[in-house]
Design a binder for this molecule. Structure first.
Ligand code: ME8
Length: 570
């Protein structure tokens, strides 16, 4: 049976995913015109899990930035509609985002609001750098402007529709939002000059955009025409924004303003070089062009390097439909925390969300997944393996080499050996799990990491079930050795799962590791050695008293009343 040597595990972890320099991880900054929904939360959770995983791997301290995008016509109009001033609307909505992300245990180190003076300074400095380097010119611009998307759209991205009064109008093909003909004097950015430098940047850095289909999509865009970009609006039309430094009749385009947030958080223009360009942006596919075409070009034009990495994810739909205020199907994350707990909901989004494709949300799916994987499989395993009936001393029991000899030493003659080939397979799977998980995190495939862990949890339940430790007689010395070995292996597996799950379900992982009496300094991914006794090394946990919290790890969720009723109606 091919087995991976367990010894190489720690070395492998250090090599493939060991300590690295600190990076700035970022979420998009969210428009402050409406409260957060689960799509925003998903972006933030992906970034948070990556940030926590890096920290556990012993990388130099990094940063995780998030915040709110507060300028532009969209916000100006939303404030008018709400009967409040733009600053009032922004303060209120920004507070909701901060609260929801904090409640979700997103471990952000920076929260930026684009209305802050530090950001205004950074944007104006960035603008001046573009101007000094000849990247801007004044021109007359006309085209179809889509306010909800805050950009001009070419004819190829438009369709003809009738509005609510039956009049013909033009709408964005992708979002269905109405566009308006706009003609004005603007500052233009020489984007067209960056077509080749952008292509070269992508060719030289094939891993800069993940997953691969999005990388290819950007390369494809760069084969098409790349016209110059309008980067300001007339102040008479847009007052809620940062003025162009040398021309108070113009307001800086909201996307230039917003993208510079990634520099403002690291102290541009003074201290950014401590971090830049070690920036990893997590973004939704809807804003890929802004991050993978406009942003790197703007940076190059201002004399800075493009970001190191762009991690792109697709969208959540709800019952197969796009989430929208008008459809009334927007899912509020805070109510989800109430229904499924913070960790339950974090687990669901990260386990089910696949960056390459859109994912559909419905309540029953959350209940089913979280009950089966967190309550039954993981919680059940902990509960069964720590039950006082089979482990009355409530300690981490000892491993016996004679019951579970190392495969290379095993000649089939040891009388006490009770291990089967499936057991050795389990040990091999769990031994290789930390490396697998690290490589899935590296590849921005957190859902795959969770899939691998869930599979191992299932295998461990199978191991426990197969050997029925509750039937072994603790008074018989030979049986006791085997009983303790079964529990030892199970707790070792649980220790690995708890350690690996910390970036995704920090509260549950903490409870699990505390129950196993794993100290905070023993929870790093760097020193994670599974089942050292199997390799003839001492196990620091053997004989330790288990933690005092014997409560249920995760309570099964009830199906919500509403979804029960919906099911009956179907
Ligand atoms: O675009 N599913 O802000 P925004 C998954 N302010 N993720 C979703 C989603 C969905 N259904 N809907 C939104 C903006 N998102 C700009 C960004 S950055 C310099 C400026 C996530 O409030 C996804 O990450 O519209 C998307 O890119 C982001 O929220 C857009 O948020």
């Amino acid at each position: 049976m091919p087995l991976r040597p367990l010894r190489s595990l720690a070395r492998g972890l250090r090599g493939a995913a060991g300590p690295g320099p600190g990076v700035l991880l970022s979420t998009p900054i969210f428009y402050a015109n409406a409260p957060p929904h689960i799509g925003h939360l998903y972006s933030a959770l992906l970034a948070d899990a990556l940030h926590r995983h890096r920290r556990l791997r012993g990388a130099a301290p990094g940063r995780l930035s998030t915040g709110t995008d507060e300028h532009g016509l969209k916000i100006q109009q939303a404030a008018v509609a709400a009967g409040v001033s733009p600053p009032q609307l922004c303060a209120q909505v920004s507070g909701l985002f901060r609260q929801a992300l904090t409640q979700a245990a997103v471990s952000f180190t920076d929260f930026i609001r684009t209305s802050e003076p530090r950001h205004q300074r950074a944007v104006q400095h960035f603008w001046a750098a573009l101007q000094d380097r000849g990247a801007l010119y004044k021109g007359s611009y006309e085209g179809w402007y889509c306010t909800p998307e805050e950009c001009f759209l070419p004819e190829s991205q438009l369709a003809d529709r009738r509005d609510t009064q039956g009049r013909m109008c033009k709408v964005s093909l992708e979002t269905g939002h109405q566009v308006h003909w706009t003609k004005e004097e603007n500052y233009m950015f020489r984007l067209s000059e960056f077509q080749e430098p952008l292509q070269k940047w992508l060719r030289d850095n094939p891993r800069v955009i993940s997953p691969v289909p999005f990388y290819q999509q950007v390369l494809h865009w760069l084969e098409e025409d790349l016209p110059d970009l309008s980067v300001s609006r007339e102040r008479s039309r847009l007052q809620w924004g940062i003025p162009v430094p040398s021309d108070p009749t113009q307001t800086i385009y909201v996307w230039v303003d917003a993208l510079v947030n990634y520099l403002s958080v690291v102290g541009y223009p003074e201290t950014h070089s401590e971090w830049w360009p070690a920036a990893h942006h997590v973004v939704g596919k809807d804003i890929l062009k802004f991050h993978a075409v406009y942003w790197p070009a703007l940076l190059m034009a201002a004399g800075l390097a493009p970001p190191e990495r762009i991690c792109v994810h697709s969208h959540w739909t709800v019952h197969g439909q796009k989430m929208s205020k008008s459809l009334g199907n927007v899912i509020d994350p805070v109510s989800c925390f109430g229904k499924y707990t913070v960790d339950g909901f974090r687990y669901f989004l990260l386990r089910q969300g696949v960056p390459e494709r859109d994912c559909d949300y419905y309540d029953e799916k959350v209940v089913k997944l979280v009950n089966s994987e967190l309550a039954d499989a993981l919680g059940g395993l902990l509960n069964r393996s720590t039950a006082l009936s089979i482990n009355p001393s409530n300690t981490y029991p000892c491993f016996s080499e004679s019951c579970f000899p190392k495969i290379s030493d095993y000649d089939g003659t040891q009388a006490l050996s009770r291990a089967s080939s499936e057991d050795y397979e389990l040990v091999a799977s769990v031994a290789s799990l930390p490396l697998q998980v690290a490589s899935h995190f590296e590849g921005f495939q957190i859902y795959k990491a969770l899939e691998c862990i869930a599979l191992c949890v299932r295998e461990t339940n199978g191991f426990f079930q197969r050997h029925k430790p509750w039937k072994l007689d603790r008074k018989d010395p030979a049986e006791k050795l085997w009983l303790d070995t079964i529990i030892h292996i199970t707790l070792e597996c649980l220790r690995v799962y708890g350690t690996l799950l910390q970036p995704v379900i920090p509260n549950i992982a903490d409870k699990l590791l505390s129950r196993l009496s794993v100290e905070p300094e023993e929870r790093s991914l760097l020193n994670l050695t599974f089942l050292p006794r199997y390799n003839g090394k001492p196990c620091p946990f053997e004989g330790r008293q288990l933690g005092p919290d014997t409560g249920i790890l995760f309570h099964r969720l009830e199906k919500s009343r509403q979804s029960q009723m919906e099911n009956k109606r179907l």
